[in-house]
Design a protein around this ligand. Structure first.
Ligand SMILES: Cc1cc2nc3c(=O)[nH]c(=O)nc-3n(C[C@H](O)[C@H](O)[C@H](O)COP(=O)(O)OP(=O)(O)OC[C@H]3O[C@@H](n4cnc5c(N)ncnc54)[C@H](O)[C@@H]3O)c2cc1C
Length: 656
């Protein structure tokens, strides 16, 4: 870090942030200048986009490393031949760390153009999204298909320009994890702008009327999952496999054709979008569901730690509550909460006013005390600093919110914002709605009353104000539709990225994502189902698994190289209460289970190591050797090779 500070004086004209130790070049010439300096002085060199990848894959923490962000290098130029040249620091679309007007998608939309596809979020920078081989959920359209040229700065500061179909290097460098050079510009041949229409429906896995045969070969009127993934323009599934939940949320959409427009949608000229809403109305819509979901996941992982802080060790209350939660978490609490957020579609059941719960039969269980639960910023003993703390990954690595239980007075001094207009009533809003709870509560009540103890009944929620920006408390329109389903129609950049409103702070999510040949879908789905049934909670965890697809391409190190794929994307809630070892042990189960499918892991997400590390990958990419040879030519001094990437790709040290 000290050397990085000194370095800034070498480049007085290049923007430098001394807090993060990151340079912000504004031109290709400035990038070249920095790379040449790094090359002359044997310094590592990396770029951060929006920092959404696994944290170790992004920047270098080596002594003296030069880390840059291209957020000031983001111009979009519309060329006469219909192509669009974009500087690699330009962010893709909405909710990026830049104003919407500066993003690529805004500027495409202004010209009546569009990207053919995108991922579930559009916060990423063009360079970071492209070099990691990212993709949306479609076998029919691919983001990378629209890229026709690239220019990059290699490890000696030389600028190369490659064109698709003309230069073989194009296919080598487009997906290269920042290891071939720094992407300077990308040139796109965009699509014409379009609107999409679709629906999301949550099916019970045993629903015989479900229109997709998730586990079988399909029939004439019900496609197999493989057929469904091939036939549907845009789709993704969220599988909630937990015992008692067992459901699949199917999101699907298509580009709107003239016959899709009606009185509700308006015409193409007077289109009235009804955007997709990811989070449903819960608890009577008084609080944004995302805050409630965040609270639940923090509590799921952290309740033991919190009990140690909140309840003095000598009180029997701690033992009683621990026993209660252990007895009910997997069988009652988890299925109940999943049902709140992903209620199953039952065709004729339409949302109605919530039935008022019965009066509380456990008079002596609760006191009327009001407490505050704060989803606070992690200001713990070892907050991350500097470059590695930047972006979404830095925020995730800091571990999501810390839960604090405060009294009203203490909470008023923390500066956080109250989310709840009326406090959550532990009985009315939660326990009374959880089937099978009464028996447990009556045991708890008698044990508490013997000791003259009570539980506080009312809770306000607080969160930092910046974490609440843009969160909605559930839409009225959504609540008019049958339970478990919603229709939506929207412009291309609005609802194709269906996870765009998920907050990094409230829902810090890590992933491992395995790309498997699409023709293996049926066998794969059955293996996963067996794994969940046999493994129970250890296999499922409490979060969901995303299933989607990607289109084959010719990019050497794309996990979709020469094959359409189904992708198994396993979610892990990155709370502060569990260790990285627990995360890796959870993922290890999936890596071992799915190894037989020759999966290729997503480069931006958790990847296996050891016997599924570089040696394994080398066998799965036909152009592996050629990639490494070209890489060595482009970056002979290994500026871009951090320890993380050396290990991941098995790149040998260069001789001094
Ligand atoms: C909530 C969430 C949802 C996601 N959804 C999807 C999805 O639907 N589909 C999907 O495929 N992926 C998805 N991802 C993964 C995400 O798209 C990747 O992590 C992507 O690489 C992030 O782009 P970024 O701009 O944040 O890049 P970063 O994470 O900042 O960087 C990624 C890599 O690219 C390098 N890099 C960045 N810019 C350049 C450049 N100009 N030249 C050379 N190297 C560069 C960095 O050094 C790093 O190695 C998701 C991730 C999250 C957290």
């Amino acid at each position: 870090m000290t050397e990085a500070r000194d370095l800034s004086s070498q480049f007085p004209s290049i923007q430098y942030d001394s807090l993060t130790c990151i340079f912000h070049p504004q031109s290709e010439a400035e990038i070249v200048q920095l790379v040449q300096y790094a090359s002359a002085h044997d310094l590592q060199f990396r770029v951060i986009g929006s920092g959404h990848s696994v944290v170790k894959s992004i920047l270098s923490t080596a002594q003296g490393a030069i880390n840059i962000s291209l957020d000031q290098y983001r111009a979009v130029t519309f060329n006469d031949d219909g192509t669009v040249t974009v500087q690699a620091g330009c962010f893709l679309g909405r909710n990026a760390p830049a104003p919407w007007e500066n993003t690529l998608f805004y500027q495409l939309e202004q010209k009546g153009l569009a990207a053919p596809d995108m991922g579930g979020i559009t916060h990423q920078a063009v360079g970071g999204f492209t070099t990691m081989g990212c993709s949306g959920g479609s076998v029919q359209y691919a983001y990378t298909d629209s890229i026709v040229a690239i220019s990059l700065v290699d490890g000696q500061g030389t600028v190369h320009a490659y064109r698709q179909g003309k230069d073989p290097e194009f296919e080598a460098v487009l997906v290269s994890m920042g290891l071939m050079g720094i992407f300077s510009t990308l040139t796109f041949k965009p699509s014409e702008r379009f609107n999409i229409i679709g629906d999301e429906t949550c099916y019970a896995l045993d629903d015989v009327d479900c229109p997709i045969d998730f586990f079988g070969p399909g029939t004439t009127d019900k496609p197999s999952l493989e057929q469904f993934l091939r036939q549907t323009e845009y789709t993704r599934l969220l599988w909630w496999p937990q015992k008692g939940a067992e459901r699949m949320v199917v999101w699907k959409a298509q580009r709107m054709k003239s016959e899709d427009y009606d009185g509700l949608t308006g015409t193409p000229e007077s289109f009235k979008p009804k955007p997709y809403t990811e989070f449903p109305v819960i608890l009577g819509s008084q609080i944004p569901a995302q805050v409630a979901a965040s609270l639940f996941y923090q509590l799921s992982a952290g309740w033991r730690t919190l009990f140690e802080e909140w309840i003095p060790a000598e009180t029997p209350l701690r033992d009683l509550l621990e026993a209660l939660i252990e007895a009910t978490y997997e069988t009652q609490i988890l299925p109940f909460v999943i049902n709140l957020f992903a209620p199953v579609f039952k065709r004729d059941v339409v949302t109605s006013e919530p039935v008022p719960p019965p009066p509380c039969p456990f008079g002596s269980l609760f006191s009327d005390e009001v407490r505050v639960i704060e989803l606070g910023r992690n200001t713990g003993s070892n907050p991350m600093q500097g470059a590695a703390a930047q972006g979404s990954a830095g925020r995730r690595a800091a571990g999501g919110p810390v839960l604090r239980l405060l009294d009203l007075e203490a909470a008023s001094q923390t500066g956080s914002t109250r989310v709840t207009s009326t406090p959550i009533d532990l009985w009315n809003d939660v326990l009374a709605r959880m089937p099978g709870m009464n028996e447990q509560l009556s045991k708890l009540e008698s044990a508490l009353s013997e000791r003259g103890l009570k539980l506080p009944r009312y809770y306000h929620l607080h969160a930092p104000s910046e974490a609440l920006q843009g969160l909605q408390a559930g839409s009225e329109a959504a609540s008019q539709e049958p339970v478990g389903t919603q229709r939506f129609w929207d412009n291309w950049y609005g609802s194709l990225p269906m996870d765009n409103d998920v907050s990094d702070f409230l829902m810090p999510t890590e992933f491992t994502e395995l790309w498997i040949p699409l023709e293996k879908t049926q066998e794969l789905m059955n293996d996963l189902r067996d794994f969940y049934e046999k493994g129970g909670f250890k296999a499922t965890g409490s979060y969901s698994c995303e299933i989607y697809a990607a289109k084959a391409n010719d990019l050497w190190l794309s996990p979709a190289y020469k094959q359409d794929v189904i992708r198994v994307d396993v979610f892990w809630f990155h709370d502060i209460y569990r260790s990285e070892d627990e995360l890796e042990a959870f993922y290890q189960q999936y890596w071992e289970l799915l190894r037989k499918y020759d999966f290729r892991p997503h480069w931006a997400k958790y990847m296996p190591e050891g016997d599924m590390g570089a040696g394994y990958l080398a066998q799965r990419y036909p152009m592996w050797k050629q990639f490494l040879e070209l890489r060595a030519q482009m970056d002979p001094k290994q500026l871009f090779v951090t320890d993380y990437w050396r290990n991941a790709l098995g790149i040998p040290q260069v001789n001094p």
